[in-house]
Design a protein around this ligand. Sequence first.
Ligand code: HEM
Ligand code: HEM
Ligand SMILES: [Fe+2]
Length: 482
Amino acid sequence: MAALGKLDTANLNGGQKLAVKYFTVAVILFGAQILFGLLAGIQYLKPDFLFGILDFNVNRMVHINALVVWLLFGFIGSVYWMLEDESGIPVVGLGLGNLIFWIFTLAVAVVVVVYLLIQVGPGNESTIWLINEGREYIEAPRWADIGIVVCVLTFFYNVAATFAKGRYTGVGGVLVLDLIALFGLYLAGMFYTPNVSVDQYWWWWVIHLWVEATWEVLVGCLMAYGLMLTLGVRRKIVETWLYIEVALMFGSGILGLGHHYFWIGTPEYWFTIGGFFSALEPIPLVAMVVHSVFDAGAHKMKNTNHPALAWIIAHAFGNFFGAGVWGFMHTLPQINLYTHGTQWSASHGHLAFFGAYATLVIAFFYIALQKWRGNVWMSGGIAGAWRWKWAMILLTLGMIGMTMAMLVAGYEQSQIERAIEGSGWMGYFTAQAHHWFVQGMWWRQIFGWMFAAGFVLLAWDLITIGRGEKRPALQHAELAIA
Ligand code: HEM
Ligand code: HEM
Ligand SMILES: [Fe+2]
């Protein structure tokens, strides 16, 4: 162990050294995501802004693809982070894992540069191969798609082989099975069909079954580890909760897929199936809130890492409100008929992605920094604690503000465009010109700046937290993970 308070990779095990590389790229892409979100938001207010240079569709694409990729980098990093702690042995095949990190990062950089500099192609096979595939959220061109598959197969090999050789734990078992499903689903978004309904049918397998099933299970595993680490919760307790949550999550999330099949040309039975099962989806999310609040209470909030625990709790509530409540609001077909594809969806999309996923990855950034600085004190009385607290306040309030602004705009669209004007072409424009909509878009932008300020503070805090700290981390009486 090097000196306390100094950033030194000698403090980390092999998997963790790789994890902090993934985290570094994740933070940079998070920044890029926010930048392009702000540009797209300005274009809602001033449609001429950057017209012909960086059009709205390009900014929007970079915004949401950067989101997906930074979260994936954050997840992969988090898994590498906990891998040796959980399995009790060094990562198997780490050299390969390191190589793949550089290839993956380089490929992402090339794809972004192509998005920005080339933007459009002839609209034939070469466009799909070289520029983008045109599938919202996973627009990577086909060469990169194939590269991504190779990279994640290597990552999966690292994880599965390490658990196979080392200690078996409940968290490890759930994680390995979940990763098979998570990465297997990516293949559903890779083949081309000229029928848009068929294409969307499969594309939702990636998008919905990722965020509402396999990603949820993955963050369940990460939360279990996070609670053991920060609060010292006993393994038996977190693993029992994990099994319950996983069962509920898969039980509702898989057929909940039907809530995306209402209006794309699929058979009518999806109304019933999608409406019913997706209405059950909030239940596991309630279980996750109860779980984390129960654990925090049982341990009297006595924890080894204040910022990480604060973000874990934000995750439990953000997941419940963003996915559970905001998702439930528009998931019944009777309601979705009016809200489908309005700002209402964007309101839910923002709160859910941030609340469920961004929060937990940020918690892992703090877990990593603590150990990277030699396992320093991060409980009460951290020097410069205002920074992480204000970063959290600005990010959270910024996101809540954006969500509310979009919700108002979405209500207005549902009312005027759909209910009154009957979903026609004119109705669309009447709704977009209405002052509730326009004001909503302004407020989205204003709270977007607040969110961006929170990000700047977060980045600053991640660079400085624990610097020069001389106290070692708080120790729990017994080590929960072992
Ligand atoms: C963390 C989990 C979740 C995330 C990240 C998430 C994210 C999103 C996003 C980004 C969209 C917009 C997709 C598009 O571009 O068309 C969407 C749509 C939707 N989500 Fe979620 N969601 C989550 C969980 C849920 C849950 C639990 C429910 C139901 C209880 C739900 C119900 C819906 C519905 C009904 C739509 C379709 C909206 C429309 O018709 O336009 N979501 N979700
Ligand atoms: C500076 C803050 C941000 C601004 C100004 C912003 C702005 C925007 C804009 C203008 C769009 C396009 C909406 C449309 O097509 O109607 C968008 C889409 C989206 N953004 Fe953001 N964004 C910000 C931050 C975030 C964050 C932090 C997340 C998630 C963690 C996020 C997730 C999404 C998602 C999922 C979509 C697609 C929504 C859908 O199609 O329904 N954004 N954002
Ligand atoms: Fe869904």
